[in-house]
Design a protein around this ligand. Structure first.
Ligand SMILES: C[S@@+](CC[C@H](N)C(=O)[O-])C[C@H]1O[C@@H](n2cnc3c(N)ncnc32)[C@H](O)[C@@H]1O
Length: 400
């Protein structure tokens, strides 16, 4: 049977697994995209109306701190919006200490009581049903909310693995306690790198199942595999080596929460800092509107005009499965764009080929002719990206 046929059978199976787990689960328990980089290109102002894909909602809460007129948080997965709903209810109803215990440390001994008495009434019926069954995710003293959801299960599995690797566990703990890049590099080079990259770890990272749990469908994994001579494990290794050797780990809350299961008050998303929490509670949260639908459905819904779009890496998902829907979505993005609108997105592709030939609108205009990309600006910011697992960061302005 030709490789192609065998490949498609395997792909179809991987796709079924991905759809099965994705359509039933909360995938992202924290946003895996760096808003500090986004802020530098979005230049959010008081007259901005943003469309942002929710994911775990951390970045929606980050951008609203800059006081835009409105943020429309949209996600096709209702569980992602249910997580943002719970955070918004927590900001409105809880004191900072209780909120930080739940969403900073991932554990609050009385969260179930707070949920029933203070938060549940603020939620939509879907979110109530979802959290009624899962409020215990915040209630286990040896666990953490960040060990739940699909990406959380991968973090939890890694923690279980570290129980059998005490020397590696100690080195990772000490890595996060360093406050100098030299110390960080020494610990990574001498005590983590030699112990971590075992054949077992490389094998696990190159499994589609692991990537599916991390929200990476097989076309996206294949793109990474094709771009890197040592495949997915090689790409992940390169990202981790860059993050732990080139960027200060003590401000990297993305890798800290997965490697430690919690944030700290010094190393956490902006919405978890006391003064920002107060600003959100004082009214900024009221500028956030949630939509459980696709980006295209929201844009087709009404006449709203958007000045900024934050599309994460969702187009990688669509490009392989629903290319026609991608063209429709871009046509609507342009139709609803303010003349000076800016669009940012990430991708496993350094240069997404799926955008090159995309035609939009009744006259089949090439999308590329309607956008001005800023590859130099993107390239200058990529080195600062604390997540560092996207080959492509794309900044585009709408051309009238
Ligand atoms: C690829 S993930 C991005 C996750 C992001 N990289 C992160 O880590 O925070 C895509 C997110 O977009 C949502 N999504 C995918 N396609 C969508 C669409 N067409 N419209 C709205 N949301 C979509 C998914 O539910 C998921 O939350």
């Amino acid at each position: 049977m030709a490789d192609k046929q065998r490949a498609t059978l395997a792909d179809r199976f991987d796709q079924k697994v991905f759809d099965a787990i994705y359509s039933r689960a909360l995938v992202y328990n924290t946003c895996w995209e760096d808003p500090a980089v986004d802020r530098q290109v979005l230049n959010i102002g008081a007259d901005d109306r943003l469309l942002v894909i929710t994911s775990a909602g951390c970045n929606v809460l980050d951008y609203v701190l800059l006081g835009p007129e409105r943020i429309h948080a949209v996600d096709a997965n209702p569980r992602q919006n249910a997580l943002l709903e719970l955070k918004l209810a927590g900001i409105r109803q809880l004191e900072f200490e209780d909120f930080f215990a739940a969403f900073g440390r991932g554990y609050h001994p009385r969260f179930e009581q707070l949920y029933r008495q203070e938060l549940r009434a603020e939620l939509t019926p879907f979110a109530q049903v979802f959290w009624d069954k899962r409020v215990r995710w915040f209630g286990s003293p040896n666990g953490s909310f960040y060990f739940h959801g699909l990406s959380g299960i991968v973090a939890k599995s890694f923690h279980a693995y570290l129980q059998f690797r005490p020397k590696l566990a100690t080195s990772i703990r000490e890595l996060f306690e360093t406050r100098s890049l030299d110390d960080q590099r020494r610990i990574y080079d001498d005590r983590i790198q030699p112990l971590f990259w075992t054949p077992g770890v490389n094998w696990t990272l190159s499994r589609q199942f692991t990537m599916s749990m991390l929200g990476v469908p097989h076309p996206q994994r294949k793109e990474v595999q094709q771009q890197h001579e040592r495949g997915v494990a090689g790409f992940v290794r390169e990202s981790i080596e860059y993050v732990f050797r080139q960027l200060p780990v003590w401000t990297n809350y993305f890798w800290m929460v997965y490697l430690r299961g919690s944030y700290s008050e010094q190393c956490c998303p902006e919405y978890l800092k006391a003064d920002n929490f107060a600003a959100l509670k004082a009214g900024l949260v009221d500028r956030i509107e949630l939509h459980t639908c696709t980006v295209a459905e929201l844009l087709a819904e009404d006449e709203r005009v958007f000045s900024k779009y934050v599309l994460l890496d969702h187009m990688d998902w669509m490009s392989s499965y629903h290319p026609e829907a991608l063209a429709e979505e871009w046509a609507l993005i342009l139709k609803r764009a303010r003349a000076d609108a800016r669009i940012i997105f990430r991708s496993a592709h350094a240069a997404p080929t799926y955008l090159e030939s995309l035609e939009v609108g009744p006259r089949g205009t090439l999308l590329h002719d309607r956008l001005r990309f800023h590859p130099e600006l993107a390239a200058s910011l990529q080195p600062l990206d604390r997540v560092h697992t996207y080959a492509g960061f794309h900044i585009a302005d709408v051309v009238a």
